[in-house]
Design a protein around this ligand. Structure first.
Ligand SMILES: Cc1ncc(COP(=O)(O)O)c(C=O)c1O
Length: 405
């Protein structure tokens, strides 16, 4: 007799992100393939315009990632405002590592600012103390779908003449006090990587209302090309001397740029999701409402993500912070993972091995970040999680707390 104990089949994991290829997405991608135009074309132009308009901006440009969008946003501002190497950019002490990496890649210095314990965004009351004569910009990160408290940030920026690059990689289609994310700063940067509000596989966008900046952003993401010829049909309607001027400049590079181009297929995926954006966002809100209701009685142990008054929340994910000193976050994470509920820590930055190496131990300077790095994490709340999965998650949390406390 076979005495081997067979483990019960593991439940399908409830991930932090989900994605469904719809018939419409396939149709739009097939249109691209059939058109034989796979580099930036009409679909990308539409996607850029629609994302810009939805975020209160006149111009948009798509590139191959949110990181690239941030990288060229800072590079453009550095060029326009003649920033010098080691000039300083204020970055929240809790964010995805890319926000701060792009500062370093632009030969600028990230200066960290602690975050709000309740909403996890840069703490506006702590910005001024980090400003020096070399501070040039602030990068507010709209974390997890929660817009930053922008009014006081804008006031400080104005007082000290600082530029603003919004890192809105995690937040789309929402507003703070009625004004959409992506429209507050000189540039707004979005990501359409997997598990974001909409996904194109890889992808990112910059939005702006500045006609000079958009020209530079388009150039920087395309090797620093002369803006006379950025996309392959920019010569389509030119004739005679105009056409010769373009021919003469096709290989003219006026800035030190990057190869950050996205393809028309990614734009097609983005357009398909924009078409169903309202349903996707509504489903996210339903999942969140169900989680709030089911976990509400645990709120003394677990901080749930409540939106800041006056602001929306797009809930790219569902952040949680342990509020009970007797509960160890890692025990809870271990339990959830063992029960097929995927988790991620809440965007730890200052304790990353590479950041410790570069900046030393910053925990004492940034007590809120240090606490969140110890006690916070997130789970998924995306539109592909069904009610049964949500109820299972709720039940697991209760089971953990019942047996732990
Ligand atoms: C806050 C934040 N900034 C930037 C990025 C980078 O975006 P991407 O992965 O598209 O490069 C991310 C991605 O997860 C993010 O969460």
């Amino acid at each position: 007799m076979d005495t081997q104990i067979i483990a019960p089949p593991r439940r399908a994991q409830i991930g932090v992100g989900g994605f469904r290829i719809t018939a419409r997405a396939k149709q739009l991608v097939m249109e691209v393939l059939d058109s034989n135009r796979i580099t930036a074309g009409p679909k990308m132009a539409r996607f850029e315009n629609e994302i810009a308009a939805l975020h209160g901006c006149e111009y948009g440009v798509m590139c191959n990632s949110g990181t690239s969008a941030l990288q060229i946003a800072l590079a453009a501002l550095k060029e326009i405002y003649s920033w010098q190497g080691d000039d300083e950019v204020l970055v929240p002490a809790v964010t995805f590592v890319a926000t701060s990496n792009v500062v370093l890649y632009n030969n600028l210095k990230p200066v960290f600012v602690d975050v709000e314990p309740r909403h996890y965004c840069i703490d506006p009351t702590k910005i001024e103390e980090r400003i020096t004569p070399r501070t040039r910009a602030i990068m507010p990160v709209h974390l997890a779908g929660q817009p930053c408290d922008m009014e006081p940030i804008l006031r400080v920026a104005e007082r000290y003449n600082l530029r603003i690059v919004e890192d809105s990689a995690e937040t789309m289609f929402v507003s703070d006090k009625g004004r959409p994310v992506g429209s507050f700063g000189d540039v707004g940067c979005f990501s359409t990587y997997a598990a974001h509000m909409i996904t194109t596989g890889v992808g990112g966008l910059c939005t702006t209302n500045d006609s000079e900046l958009i020209v530079m952003l388009k150039s920087l993401m395309n090797h620093g090309r002369d803006s006379i010829y950025i996309r392959i049909d920019d010569d389509k309607n030119a004739r005679g001397e105009d056409l010769f001027q373009i021919a003469n400049s096709r290989f003219s590079f006026v800035l030190l740029g990057h190869s950050f181009r996205a393809t028309e297929m990614e734009a097609a995926l983005g357009l398909a999701q924009l078409e169903e954006r309202e349903e996707l966002c509504a489903r996210r809100q339903q999942v969140v409402a169900r989680l709030h209701k089911g976990l509400g009685d645990l709120e003394e142990h677990l901080q749930l993500p409540r939106p800041r008054p006056g602001s929306d929340h797009s809930y790219m994910f569902y952040p949680l912070t342990i509020m009970n000193a007797h509960v160890n976050r890692d025990d809870l994470v271990r339990y959830l993972e063992d029960h097929a509920i995927e988790t991620r820590y809440l965007l730890p930055l200052i304790n990353q091995p590479i950041y410790r190496q570069l900046f030393g131990n910053l925990d004492e300077q940034f007590p809120v970040a240090a606490r969140l790095n110890r006690d916070s994490f997130y789970i998924g709340c995306h539109p592909d999680i069904n009610d049964e999965d949500v109820d299972y998650v709720i039940e697991r949390f209760h089971h953990f707390f019942r047996s732990y406390i």
